[in-house]
Design a protein around this ligand. Sequence first.
Ligand SMILES: Cc1cc2nc3c(=O)[nH]c(=O)nc-3n(C[C@H](O)[C@H](O)[C@H](O)COP(=O)(O)OP(=O)(O)OC[C@H]3O[C@@H](n4cnc5c(N)ncnc54)[C@H](O)[C@@H]3O)c2cc1C
Length: 510
Amino acid sequence: MAVMAMAAALRGPSGRFRWRTQATAGGVRGSARGAAAGRQDYNLLVIGGGSGGLACAKEAAQLGMKVAVVDYVEPSPRGTRWGLGGTCVNVGCIPKKLIHQAALLGGMIRDAPHYGWDVAQPVLHDWRKMAEAVQNYVKSLNWGHRVQLQDRKVKYFNIKASFVNEHTICGVTKGGKETLLSAEHIVIATGGRPKYPTHIEGALEYGITSDDIFWLKESPGKTLVVGASYVALECAGFLTGLGLDTTVMMRSIPLRGFDQQMSSLVTEYMASQGTRFLKHCTPSRVQKLPDGQLQVTWEDLTSGRENMGTFSTVLWAIGRIPETRSLNLENAGINTSPNSQKILVDAQEVTSVPHIYAIGDVAEGRPELTPTAIMAGKLLARRLCGQSLDVMDYSNVPTTVFTPLEYGCVGLSEEEAMARHGEEHVEVYHAYYKPLEFTVAERDASQCYIKMVCLRKPPQLVLGLHFLGPNAGEVTQGFALGIKVPGPQACLEPLLMESLGGGAGPPTSR
Ligand SMILES: Cc1cc2nc3c(=O)[nH]c(=O)nc-3n(C[C@H](O)[C@H](O)[C@H](O)COP(=O)(O)OP(=O)(O)OC[C@H]3O[C@@H](n4cnc5c(N)ncnc54)[C@H](O)[C@@H]3O)c2cc1C
């Protein structure tokens, strides 16, 4: 009874719990206990308004649950901030793909005279104009997400959440105001953020990450991209395509986890387009010169020599860390992986606490991709509402790297296939091909390549498909369907032949 009175006293006009830390610390305990006793504000509370969180919240609300979403963007160390929608919308897939398109257009303008267009030279690119257009589009998506939440009666809070107990979170606004929210079910979909190297002098002070590059108002100029991830190569690719002097510094192999033959072709093509690569090198210091330029010192791991170079921008693309650190997961008893700090989940996305779930980039073992986060969120909502028992199938998810020559793949890399099945049981069909649009424009097609990794034993089940060439995303999706949908896979060969376009010979096995 005393607990109920305390909880009632702490309720704000909207019926939600409101509380200020020090003044009513006892009240927090009371309301939190009240929530644990079964008087929750919401059926479902989603922490994180990104790809997975928004999809889950909207689906659950549509199916009749009382739902709230809390989302808060901690500004990047450079001070960049953005709106609702998460990584993909604001600092990931969407702006990346649009700037990739801007870079591809540069290539098409160079092709255009071959096709009869009289293009006045020189053709210049205006970063400011592009950035404004991209940023305005992203802002329209932020607005669209807010409207969609409103339409579906999902309550949105712009607060940073952390757990008070297993049914209650405390959210803090930008201005420091605190709110307590409780729910029967809680979904954690807080994603991740780019990693900064902690041991390199000047890295945090002078460097930027993918959280900043898409929001720059001015061109980054001569850029050093540090890293070999897909984010590193995609950023370096579009910067080169926009005409900027771009260098990629990598310690070891490009695109770890992807097929290594394909990865080498990706970087080979980038080098042919003007991206410089400093392989087996690692930066040790970044210093700001009086003229504002950044002087980077690095070690060449092969020769052991120290080198220096000057850049306008240094972009760290050395990986991402899950957003679990400030969630106070221990207050709810949620377990994380000691290595990755990601939240441990089972096939139903359930954490170590039965009514708390984790989806998307923050969950251990999940692909860091938007469509999988969205689908996982929708399926979870349907299960929570008793509409379905379906769980997300994370196998054979197609993915594309949007480098200047795009690389799409689905299934196993050649290395993985051999490791799993033994080299003697794997057969690889492959072909170099020339995309039709490269012919008239006399583009070099040396790296346009496709390979199919199969089991040798008939009926030669396709384990993986790898495609390097224009529109790889669209091409791979088609093949993915053939690989994903059970049934005879013989249909893949005509598809493969079709995709090779004019002039290519039949794929050969090796
Ligand atoms: C440069 C780049 C390019 C990418 N390109 C692609 C691509 O082409 N295709 C693709 O499929 N994927 C791409 N991705 C990956 C994709 O963006 C992510 O996989 C996807 O956004 C993950 O969704 P999510 O819901 O797990 O998290 P997010 O979309 O990251 O959303 C998490 C949200 O939670 C918020 N949050 C975090 N902590 C709290 C808290 N304590 N309280 C309240 N809110 C919080 C965050 O601010 C964020 O808004 C790219 C990523 C990057 C960085």
